[in-house]
Write a protein that binds this ligand. Structure first.
Ligand code: 4NP
Length: 156
């Protein structure tokens, strides 16, 4: 099983969108049985809540289901997952601080490292400015690159 974890701050806007988009791509590729896909937040502010209604609306527009609930990332996640995809550089710094030992070595990437050239490095937080369609564009482009990368690494 290839275990992939998406991380943002609140786990209600960006990382649930990335989880849903990536899961959808994996399903379309017929690879669902080989992946475990999840998301979590650095903060516990929204633990137990459904994703932000604006994330759900954008996903619905693209016919992508999502029923997950927010949870805070735990140190054990950093050992259990094989790929940890952070939405922005602040998440990367916070994850490194959370890492006890070297659990994250070689696993931690910014999601947009897998986007085509010309994209920004960070997925901007849409919570206050409402740019959820833009977040979707970034997440979709990078998720395609991420899946191609993983398929190559695992010869899938
Ligand atoms: P996310 O967005 O990290 O993409 O889930 C946010 C959600 C909630 C808050 C900030 C960012 N907040 O301040 O509650």
């Amino acid at each position: 099983m290839i275990k992939v974890l998406f991380i943002c701050l609140g786990n209600i806007c960006r990382s649930p969108m990335a989880e849903a988009v990536f899961q959808n791509l994996v399903n379309e590729a017929g690879l669902a049985g080989q992946f475990e896909i999840d998301s979590a937040g650095m903060a516990d502010w929204h633990s137990g809540e459904r994703a932000d209604r604006r994330t759900l609306a954008v996903l619905k527009k693209h016919d992508i289901p999502y029923a997950g609930r927010s949870r805070q990332v735990q140190p054990a996640d950093l050992r259990r997952f094989d790929y940890v995809l952070a939405m922005d550089s602040q998440n990367v710094a916070d994850l490194r601080r959370l890492d006890r030992g070297d659990a994250l070595d070689g696993k931690l990437h910014r999601l947009l490292d897998f986007a085509p050239a010309g994209h920004p490095q960070d997925v901007p937080d849409p919570y206050y400015d409402g740019r959820f369609d833009y977040v979707y564009e970034l997440v979709d482009a990078a998720s395609r690159g991420l899946l191609a990368h993983i398929r190559q690494e695992h010869r899938l």
